[in-house]
Design a protein around this ligand. Structure first.
Ligand code: 9MJ
Length: 671
């Protein structure tokens, strides 16, 4: 036997003992469960090859760690065993084969159960009354946590009915469901206290509180999955029937527990539960198969730390430990800058991942994530991988803090993070290639430039083939170029060119809206147009001047101001105007705003103009146009086939104008 094997075994034992202590006693592990499992398996493997090296104090020879001295000790007369793990179908098939061989049967009846990720607990009931609650501890001695257990509402203090044995020890898992876990972390954060990495740690931390009043505030729950000591009466001969009996006494048992026949049904159950997992209200880390017949269980017996009649079939680990090599910034279609961690590749949740989203600057600061840090990453289902937390003990001296760039990494425009907002954004909306498709679609939309026929598929082609690098390029497309696109004949090309031509005749409000400035919707764009009157005045307005406009606060003003300070945005606007986009001039002198302070509502169809045109005319005269009638409405303009708005106006006694009177009013006011 090579000497370095003995050294390796010793090293593994020391490491595992240290991790056990952190996990069981401190509730503060520094490696993921998967990594812990790997260390344990390596040790088991080596000890199997070199059994002469096994010592009684090896971590493989017992279940957990020392119980914390803060709680009195409880001796488990019937040891609380743990389960052997299987990580592949093959290992489960092997398990079934061993069971069948030992029992000398062709097919075994199993009970399949979800494997909850919480904390194993023993509940002793005497004459139906809960007398002791204890943790598993090392399997033979645990901690007495009766006062804490009693705070968990799912656990009955008194069993129902009367057919329970005089003494029965009910075993199961104390856990925290996903919603409760998130709420708890939110509360902890608000109070400035430590958050928990996962529901398992939250459940363990909550149950091992010295003050039961704290435990009582934690959203803990319980599912029973077995029994320990029983005295004074007989229980059913099948595991499933025992669970159902326990359920009838008022103890929770998972609804997902099923009786199934043979190994194929086990594997099918596993796949079904894997699919259901995201929808389950609680975390599970696998499923458990147990031989249903108690008589068969007894014949199979135990190996050192686990029953031979049960096995846990684990899901691929969702968490793993890795190192952040760098933090890059990605620019999304809306201009949002998202920091992304570049990771040392790591296998997690069944795939190798190299990136994890960091959401935003606040998130990075909250979790104190730095480049060079060792971190726990999590990949649940198809969700984008996330960093759960940093392992501060492993931070290298040269770890670097992340700083959000001041310029967009794609287009070089200024980055703006408005006050009170979590997201930093690129302000080069018209120019930035990362945002181009979204920008063009917004620009062409009906309430903006209204370019008919310029849909998503077409825009994607124009951008992919680099025929359009900004919105101004749209107006310089040739028929020949358009006809080179998929599903674009001469007729469609002509139609699109015509739609582009038509869109050139617009209003200043629409044009401002079309620019897609952050926080500038249709109404704000129109207010800006009527307030400043010309594009030039808007472009040169100071933040203070912008804030004078109705509905424009400091955040909106900052977005507008920064947008017009980007030279690339201004270039493109200039090109658009050069292409022939134009709008009617707006007079903004006070006396030309005779309807200032009046609120109008439009209903029904007008003959001489569209409702939008009528709205523009009213706004030009200083009026406000609202979508619904209230006591504050001054006039309702009623077209053909009016809706309920006319009725409401009548009820409230609001003045109503028909189209003829409306036109007369316009004529008089416009002079
Ligand atoms: C969990 N954790 O859900 C067992 N478990 O059985 C289930 N744990 C178990 N069974 C014997 N469903 C020992 C542990």
């Amino acid at each position: 036997m090579p000497e370095n094997i003995a050294v390796r075994i010793q090293k593994l034992r020391e490491e595992i003992n240290e991790h056990n202590y952190r996990y069981y006693v401190l509730d503060d592990p520094i490696i993921s469960d998967a990594e812990y499992d790997r260390l344990m398996r390596e040790l088991e493997e080596l000890e199997k090859q070199y059994p002469e090296l096994i010592t009684p104090d090896s971590p493989t020879q017992r279940v957990g760690a020392e119980p914390s001295s803060a709680f009195p000790e409880v001796v488990h007369e019937v040891p609380m065993l743990s389960l052997a793990n299987a990580f592949s179908d093959e290992e489960v098939i092997d398990f079934d084969r061993r069971v069948r061989e030992r029992l000398k049967v062709d097919m075994v009846e199993y009970v399949a159960e979800p494997k909850l990720d919480g904390l194993a607990i023993s509940l002793m009931y005497e004459n139906g009354k809960l007398v002791t609650g204890a943790t598993r501890g090392d399997g033979s001695r645990g901690e007495e946590v009766t006062a804490n257990v009693k705070t968990i509402r799912a656990i009955p203090l008194q069993l129902r009915k009367k057919d329970y044995p005089p003494l029965i020890e009910i075993r199961g898992e104390v856990y925290m469901d996903k919603k409760g876990f998130e709420e708890l972390n939110r509360r902890q954060l608000e109070k400035g206290e430590k958050t928990f990495a996962n529901p398992r740690n939250a459940a363990a931390g909550s149950l091992r509180q010295l003050d039961p009043k704290i435990t009582a505030t934690r959203p803990l729950s319980f599912y029973c999955y077995g029994i320990g000591k029983v005295e004074g009466s007989e229980l059913p001969g099948k595991h499933y029937d025992i669970l159902m009996k326990i359920k009838s006494w008022g103890v929770p048992v998972s609804r997902e527990i099923k009786v199934i026949q043979g190994i194929d049904a086990c594997l099918e159950y596993y796949r079904k539960m894997a699919g259901k997992r995201p929808q389950l209200p609680y975390d599970i880390d696998g499923v458990v198969y147990k031989v249903n017949s108690i008589e068969q269980q007894e014949r199979l017996g135990y190996v050192s730390r686990a029953p031979r009649w049960a096995i846990a079939h684990k899901f691929p680990a969702e968490e793993a430990t890795t190192v952040i090599k760098d933090i890059d910034v990605q620019v999304g279609r809306t201009g949002a800058l998202t920091p992304v961690a570049r990771l040392e590749p790591v296998f997690v949740g069944g795939v190798t991942i190299t990136n994890a989203t960091l959401h935003n600057q606040d998130e990075i600061e909250r979790k104190d994530i730095r480049i060079g840090d060792t971190v726990i990453v999590r990949r649940a289902g198809d969700v984008i991988p996330e960093i759960v937390r940093v392992i501060p003990e492993k931070r290298p001296r040269n770890a670097r803090k992340f700083v959000m760039p001041k310029k967009c990494p794609v287009c070089g425009s200024d980055v703006l993070r408005a006050e009170g907002e979590a997201i930093a954004r690129c302000t080069g909306g018209l120019y930035c290639q990362a945002q181009l498709i979204g920008t063009i679609l917004h620009f062409a939309s009906r309430r903006a430039m209204d370019i008919e026929g310029l849909g998503e598929k077409l825009v994607e082609q124009l951008v992919d083939r680099r025929m359009v690098k900004n919105v101004a390029d749209l107006y310089y497309l040739s028929k020949h170029q358009l006809m080179s696109l998929e599903r674009m004949g001469a007729k469609s090309a002509d139609n699109l060119l015509q739609a582009l031509e038509k869109s050139k005749s617009t209003t200043l409000g629409r044009f401002i809206y079309a620019l897609g400035i952050r926080e500038v919707g249709e109404a704000t764009a129109r207010s800006l147009a009527y307030h400043f009157g010309t594009l030039e005045k808007l472009e040169n307005a100071s933040k203070e001047a912008l804030e004078e406009v109705e509905d424009v606060g400091p955040i909106v003003a900052a977005h507008i101001y920064t947008f017009f300070r980007q030279p690339q945005n201004k270039d493109i606007i200039e090109k658009l105007v050069k292409a022939g986009i134009h709008w009617p001039a707006i007079e903004v002198t006070e006396d030309k705003q005779p309807l200032k302070g009046k609120t109008f509502v439009l209903t029904g169809a007008l003959e001489s103009m569209t409702r939008d045109e009528a709205k523009e005319k009213l706004l030009a005269l200083g009026a406000k146009v609202s979508g619904s009638v209230s006591k504050k409405t001054d006039y309702v303009i009623v077209g053909a086939d009016p809706g309920s708005k006319a009725e409401k106006a009548k009820k409230l006694g609001v003045s109503m104008l028909n189209e003829k009177s409306f036109l007369r009013m316009l004529k008089e006011l416009q002079g």
